[in-house]
Design a protein around this ligand. Structure first.
Ligand code: GRG
Length: 287
């Protein structure tokens, strides 16, 4: 994971050079190179390799996923959305550069993501690149991340059922994780059956990611109310522990890891080991 994260950090640094107009590229780089966990690109590279491709084939797609993830964080932090001051341990993009620049930095990263995949992917047939771009677009737009965000914003201050909570998380969080795995498999040359098995794996991992996020909000919050980590208890935000109880939420997380791993059973166990490990990493992560 560390090797793959380093590779992605270097590729992202190269993909967004500090050039004119400096202000916008500075803001894009500020958020993009702020040291996230790089889970989406790592999943993409590992999935490409499991599908039989070489890592390099998926690097542009992996960068695009991180650009889109970062732009969604920049926009999510804006005063008109979550209004957050801190992200990845430093001032949010709009706090550091102003609101107008933060909106534009997000827009520019979104556009660059698609340009980057289309222009920089090498040694992959054009049909597969197109298929991956369609997959990515649908994960991000009004049937993907944006759908999750609008439903989340509309449900603020209202009672949210478990089904509604799942809809929000599947769209806000899982869709991009699913795209990471599926796009990796497509550019890696995976056949239809392999891509669909990996999609099922990714759906479990995507939901797992959010359930664990919600659990961490609670378990990290003891003694920290009022700080960012104490959000679940400090606000009325609907979360899995809130709706099903902490222990049931932990059981649910356990079931999702087991299901994710089961979806890998059609692959060679040794080759599937990185994705197997990633599911467990996501389940046991502490941040
Ligand atoms: C995508 C066009 C477009 C617009 C954005 C604002 C918005 C629409 C969507 C919000 C999406 C959002 C912020 C979802 C939360 C996802 C999530 C779990 C973030 C935390 O991810 P980590 O833990 O963070 O991978 P790091 O910092 O490690 O990268």
């Amino acid at each position: 994971m560390a090797t793959k994260a380093n590779k992605i950090n270097t590729a992202l640094d190269d993909a967004v050079p500090l050039q004119n107009p400096f202000k916008i590229h500075q803001a894009m780089r500020y958020s993009l190179l702020a040291g996230g966990k790089r889970v989406r690109p790592i999943l993409c590279l590992a999935s490409c390799e499991l599908a039989g491709g070489v890592e390099a084939a998926a690097v542009p797609m992996a960068c695009a996923l991180e650009m889109i993830h970062t732009m969604s964080l920049i926009h999510d932090d804006l005063p008109c959305m979550d209004d957050d001051d801190l992200r990845r341990g430093r001032p949010t993009c709009h706090k550091a550069f102003g609101e107008e620049t933060a909106v534009l930095a997000g827009d520019a990263l979104l556009a660059l993501a698609f340009e980057h995949v289309a222009a920089m992917t090498r040694n992959v047939d054009h049909q597969s690149v197109l298929q991956a771009i369609v997959e990515l677009g649908s994960a991000v737009g009004s049937e993907g991340l944006v759908a999750g965000q609008i439903v989340d914003l509309s449900s603020e201050g209202k009672r949210v059922s478990l089904d509604e909570l799942e809809y929000i998380h599947v769209h806000k969080t899982s869709k991009l994780l699913e795209a990471a795995v599926v796009c990796g498999a497509i550019v890696g040359g995976g056949g239809e059956a392999e891509v669909e098995a990996l999609r099922k794996y990714a759906r479990c991992v995507g939901l797992l990611f959010q359930v664990v996020d919600d659990i961490l909000d609670v378990t990290k919050s003891s003694g920290e109310l009022g700080k960012t980590a104490g959000k679940d208890l400090a606000t009325d935000k609907a979360t899995y522990p809130r709706l099903m109880g902490l222990e049931k939420a932990k059981d649910f997380a356990g079931e999702l890891v087991a299901k994710a791993v089961e979806e890998l059973s059609c692959f060679d166990a040794l080759k599937a080991a990185p994705l197997h490990h990633l599911a467990h990493y996501i389940a046991s992560r502490q941040n």
